[in-house]
Design a protein around this ligand. Structure first.
Ligand code: ATP
Ligand code: MG
Length: 235
């Protein structure tokens, strides 16, 4: 193999992964990196879907925006219906699909609703990873963060700037600031996270699925995350 051929990872078993972690912990960044590294993998981010709904000014998007702008979670049944519908239309309920979820489930009610759906199709989650990033590192990232809404690609003006300022690297389309990436709304999102995350972690600890990877930056976390996945799912 020549040095400029990127090495890819092939999994031997289907992976159905949930990424957990506080707002701004880099779930979107880790997702992009995993997708590049593991061609078999697909991903779905509840936040990205909601931002696309808002952008298209759908009825659902308008309703979602009222919660998101305040840093509040959407009602469990609303988000659960949206996401499980997507899972089924994308064919993710038919094993051996290999996928990762970011941002859903967020509460134990969502987790048990999802488990119910997945169980019916013999496609249970088989790994849950919490990204453990210090809160001090997170706040600073939020202010420098820009997103490409159609793809969910995330940029950081400091660590991971776009090649052309203000434009997505792949499509050249404009980047935008998230309406909830302000200091005040961010505080509220962190509060919401703290309330719901402990019981959610407990839920997945009980089912034996939970692992944690810690680090100050996405560069430190990524190799640990990839190692964890390949040690369990082969390569
Ligand atoms: P980040 O994307 O910075 O890691 P985050 O996890 O807070 O942070 P998103 O997942 O993009 O951000 O979610 C943004 C908002 O969308 C949430 O604050 C909430 O209002 C809504 N939302 C997303 N997923 C869910 C969910 N599973 N349940 C309820 N609300 C949700
Ligand atoms: Mg995100």
């Amino acid at each position: 193999m020549t040095a400029n051929v990127k090495q890819i990872t092939r999994l031997l078993k289907p992976l159905r992964l949930l990424l957990l972690g506080p707002p701004g912990s880099g779930k979107g960044t880790q997702t992009s990196r995993l997708l590049k590294q593991i061609p078999q993998l697909s991903s779905l981010s509840s936040g990205d879907i909601l931002r696309q709904e808002i952008k298209s000014e759908s009825k659902f998007g308008r309703e979602a925006a009222t919660y998101i702008a305040q840093g509040k979670l959407l009602p469990d049944d609303l988000i659960t219906q949206l996401i499980t519908f997507r899972l089924s239309t994308m064919g993710w309920l038919r094993p051996p699909a290999t996928w990762l979820l970011d941002g859903f489930p967020r509460t134990t009610a969502q987790a048990s609703a999802l488990d119910g759906v997945l169980k019916q199709h013999n496609a249970d989650l088989n790994l849950v990873v919490e990204l453990d990033v210090p809160e001090s590192a997170i706040l600073e990232r939020i202010e420098n963060r820009y997103v490409h809404v159609p793809s969910g690609r995330v940029y950081n003006l400091q660590y991971n700037p776009p090649k052309v300022p203000g434009l997505d690297d792949i499509t050249g389309e404009p980047l935008t600031k998230r309406l909830d990436d302000t200091v005040e709304v961010f505080k509220k999102r962190i509060e919401e996270y703290k309330k719901t995350n402990e019981p959610l972690k407990e839920y997945y600890k009980k089912s034996g699925l939970l692992s944690t990877v810690s680090g100050e930056s996405s560069d430190i976390i990524f190799p640990k995350l990839l190692n964890l996945i390949t040690s369990k799912f082969g390569h």
